[in-house]
Design a protein around this ligand. Structure first.
Ligand SMILES: *[C@@H]1O[C@H](CO)[C@@H](O)[C@H](O)[C@H]1NC(C)=O
Ligand SMILES: *[C@@H]1O[C@H](CO)[C@@H](O)[C@H](O)[C@H]1NC(C)=O
Ligand SMILES: *[C@@H]1O[C@H](CO)[C@@H](O)[C@H](O)[C@H]1NC(C)=O
Length: 286
């Protein structure tokens, strides 16, 4: 890195920061003005006048914790070398930290890198090992006067497991226990999932019979554990263990007919505690 290049980068950095400050003190960015209907007309006009953002190619990003993320900013009509060079910069909004200027990575945080291929309109911010605290707004800025901004939201997520209706489920004796385990934000469906009942792995061919699993793979993976003809001995802790996400547990209480028949329609009983409370109140009234 020679000194004149560093000097230019620092000058640009100053320019960008000044622009942010002037923007914060009132002036709206050029991005916020247009209404939906006239967007195309505006885009065409902008194309003749100067640079504009290709927003469809500069979208919000959901990144997986620890897995390299790429924030893209596509700027059309940036101009060519015979004109005053315009720069595209990335700024982190949380602390107004300048990350990149053109192809130059300005921050000392080595996880960030500017990527730009010559002859393309894409100015990409690479973030290695993204953490939850990296979530937030990143501003892609073009050094026009006044400057132009496009905001990209980064959301850093990790695979999470949920059991629907937990942490306690009340099931009537004789009905089917239907536990739904959902694995969110898994980059690919879990290779395998096993269920535990009171810490023992559930064997679907066990002598008990009537136990099965249905897996539904989509944006999130849903795993249903079905236990037919629930018995009191089926009560206890059930744990869903996906191969690539945290495990999750629920307590299943198989009700042994100790509650009034009126509530025993359908499979899953709701709120027996409330029911006992009502019973107590009734007893008190007598
Ligand atoms: C990006 O995410 C933010 C916050 O969730 C939202 O307000 C904005 O509309 C999103 N932009 C696009 C282009 O989806
Ligand atoms: C580059 O900019 C000059 C000056 O504005 C213009 O005359 C020329 O047509 C431009 N070339 C291209 C390829 O856009
Ligand atoms: C189990 O419950 C889910 C909803 O959580 C439902 O979509 C599914 O059809 C149920 N399966 C059976 C066999 O009842």
């Amino acid at each position: 890195m020679n000194t004149s290049k560093t000097g230019l980068a620092m000058w640009l950095a100053g320019f960008v920061i000044l622009s942010i400050v002037s923007n914060a003190s009132g002036a709206q960015g050029s991005s916020g003005k247009s209404s939906e209907g006239s967007q195309n007309a505006l885009d065409n006009a902008a194309a003749r006048l100067g640079p504009y953002f290709d927003k469809a190619a500069s979208k919000n990003v959901t990144a997986l914790l620890g897995k390299t993320a790429y924030l893209n900013c596509r700027v059309k009509n940036l101009g060519n070398k015979t004109m005053t060079p315009l720069q595209v910069s990335w700024v982190r909004h949380r602390d107004i930290h300048l990350l990149t200027v053109g192809r130059y990575t300005y921050t000392s945080d080595q996880r960030f890198r500017a990527i730009h291929q010559a002859q393309t309109d894409d100015w990409t911010l690479q973030i290695k090992y993204p953490q939850h605290r990296d979530s937030g707004i990143y501003e892609c800025q073009v050094s026009t006067t006044p400057h132009m901004s496009h905001f990209v939201h980064l959301n850093v997520v990790e695979p999470t497991t949920e059991i629907v209706g937990g942490p306690d489920l009340y099931i009537n004796r004789g009905s089917t226990i239907n536990l739904t385990c959902i694995v969110w934000y898994s980059p690919e469906p879990p290779a395998y999932i096993f269920w535990n009942h009171n810490n023992a792995i559930i064997n679907y061919d066990s002598p008990r019979g009537g136990v099965s699993v249905v897996t539904d793979k989509g944006d999130s993976t849903r795993i249903f554990l079905l236990v037919q003809q629930a018995k009191p001995s089926d009560s206890g802790q059930y744990t869903c263990n996906p191969s690539n996400a945290q495990s999750k547990s629920v307590m299943v209480h198989v009700l042994n007919g100790e509650y009034p028949a009126a509530m025993q329609h359908g499979g899953q009983a709701k709120q027996p505690r409330l029911y006992s409370l009502l019973l107590c109140l009734c007893l008190l009234l007598y």
